[in-house]
Write a protein that binds this ligand. Structure first.
Ligand code: S3P
Length: 167
């Protein structure tokens, strides 16, 4: 693999678990951008949003993502908003292969409903609507990914096989 593979898509789409499995299968290192941010700042993402605001989060997301996308080829899972950032998106387009994990909104809802309050952008009082609104807004940009993997209830191994077929 000469280029880094970046998994993009909605919160709860399974980027991290699929990314880990894909990296294992390809014998590459795996990086989760949100985890890197939490490690560097020693604080959880919701706390960053709460104390410093989304703008600050997006700035550090941009800095860390751009640096890691330029690093050694590997598999990277990027936060759901990462690909919306023009600078990150163009770095990905130039240096990496992007894969949109387009998981059904029902599945995303099931997952996010189980892990309440981990995603500061969601309105958990009306979670379905909140997911749909964010998805509809982001879809045209997610579509710019090099490849799309459509998934509903596939397990991560099947998703990884489908990614490898596309590559
Ligand atoms: C966000 C997604 C989150 C995290 C932050 C913002 C987004 O990552 O980066 O809460 O804007 O969609 P996951 O996609 O890994 O949940």
């Amino acid at each position: 693999m000469l280029k880094t593979i970046v998994l993009i898509g909605m919160m709860g789409s399974g980027k991290t678990s699929v990314g880990k499995e894909l990296a294992k299968k390809l014998g590459l290192a795996f990086i989760d951008i949100d985890e890197e941010i939490e490690k560097k700042y020693q604080v959880k993402i919701p706390k960053i949003f709460q104390t410093k605001g989304e703008f600050f989060f997006r700035e550090i997301e941009e800095k860390i993502s751009c640096k890691l996308i330029n690093g050694k080829p590997g598999v990277i899972s990027i936060g759901g908003g990462g690909f919306l950032n023009k600078k990150i998106r163009s770095k990905i387009k130039i240096n990496a292969i992007s894969i949109w994990i387009n998981t059904s909104l029902d599945k995303i809802y099931q997952r996010l409903n189980k892990s309440k309050n981990k995603r500061p952008l969601l309105n958990y009082k009306n979670l379905k609507k909140s997911i749909k609104e964010i998805y509809d807004k982001r879809k045209p940009i997610y579509k710019e990914a090099d490849y799309t993997i459509q998934t509903k209830s596939d397990n991560k191994k099947t998703i990884v096989e489908n990614i490898i077929k596309k590559l």
